[in-house]
Design a protein around this ligand. Structure first.
Ligand SMILES: Nc1ncnc2c1ncn2[C@@H]1O[C@H](COP(=O)(O)OP(=O)(O)OP(=O)(O)O)[C@@H](O)[C@H]1O
Ligand SMILES: [Mg+2]
Length: 299
């Protein structure tokens, strides 16, 4: 979906994220539209990755259907015909929305990211290597990079409006959103992650870590929102070839990152353009993630 197509939706546009567009449907409903934009090193590339938005939306929908018994979530529908039935003024935009739009229950998001780490990687590895801690809490000694945690570690972060999110302690999270809410979000996050990790591992994918967001509906119901267990909200590693003691290739954006490293981009604008083969290989990886996890092709 191009920016021009976005602007034409007959709904109030509430926010543009790096990847998603959020529209108001009513006081109780939102429309989330995942574009094909891809970001690397926190910068959005000029090229779109075909089908990426549909992969993110349909993979989230797939997980939410499986998690129905575990958690109350925001999805009303990710089927474009059902969405148009509920919001008829979207009918002229059917092809732009197909696959990538999700009609959602509107909530007030908690201003924290609920990160669950099943493996020691990324910013957690950096902190552990430097201080032996994760978000200030001491971990066992002698852990290697990419080592599996059992149980997984709940390590919340603040939602930074700009720049990088900052890891916070669970005590700090309790100060921000309340102790009862913190306990509940931790419980739900662990449960969802453990279910997701088990399902993905049967399919050859390690979900090394992931980020959940929760909100509260007007009736006060704690609700899982946003995207769920996608390659954009999680680190997916191919299970074959997993080896602790080094970093792992990421499943999805590795070709983009490798290319940007190869040309020694200084990570400042302007963004370099991605060659066609990098775009196509990245597209194939997103489609493969969808296929491997769900067991069928993206419709
Ligand atoms: N059911 C919901 N109710 C309220 N807000 C929601 C709901 N689901 C998702 N959101 C919000 O919609 C936004 C989705 O946009 P997106 O993920 O593209 O942007 P972002 O995460 O804010 O920024 P970026 O991804 O660029 O770092 C997020 O701010 C998320 O908190
Ligand atoms: Mg986001």
């Amino acid at each position: 979906m191009t920016v021009a197509e976005m602007a034409r939706l007959p709904l109030r546009h509430l926010r543009r994220g790096k990847v998603r567009e959020v529209y108001e449907v009513s006081s109780e409903r939102l429309l989330l539209v995942a574009t094909d934009r891809v970001s690397a090193f926190d910068v959005v590339m000029a090229e779109a990755i075909p089908h990426k938005g549909a992969v993110l939306t349909q993979l989230t929908a797939w997980w939410l259907r499986r998690l129905e018994d575990d958690v109350w979530h925001h999805m009303v529908s990710a089927d474009v015909d059902e969405i148009i039935e509920a919001v008829p003024e979207l009918a002229p935009h059917r092809s732009a929305l197909a696959g990538r739009a999700m009609l959602c229950r509107r909530t007030t998001p908690f201003p924290v990211e609920c990160v669950v780490r099943g493996y020691l990687s990324g910013s957690a590895w950096k902190e552990y290597r430097a201080h032996g801690t994760l978000a200030g809490e001491r971990l066992a000694e002698g852990l290697r990079e990419s080592e599996r945690f059992d149980p997984a570690v709940f390590s919340p972060a603040t939602k930074a409006e700009t720049g990088h999110d900052e890891n916070i302690t669970i005590a700090r999270m309790a100060e921000i959103i309340g102790a009862t809410e913190t306990a509940e979000l931790e419980r739900l996050s662990r449960r969802i992650y453990e279910r997701g990790r088990a399902i993905a591992s049967e399919r050859g994918i390690i979900i090394a870590d992931t980020k959940f967001e929760f909100g509260r509906t007007d009736e006060g119901r704690i609700t899982l929102i946003d995207e769920v267990l996608t390659p954009d909200s999680s680190r997916f590693w191919p299970a074959d070839g997993y080896q602790p003691g080094r970093s792992q290739p990421s499943f999805d954006k590795q070709f983009v990152r490798d290319y940007l490293e190869e040309i020694r981009w200084n990570k400042q604008p302007p963004v370099p353009s991605l060659p066609d083969d990098v775009v196509l290989k990245t597209r194939d990886k997103y489609l493969e993630a969808y296929r491997r996890i769900t067991g069928h092709e993206l419709p």
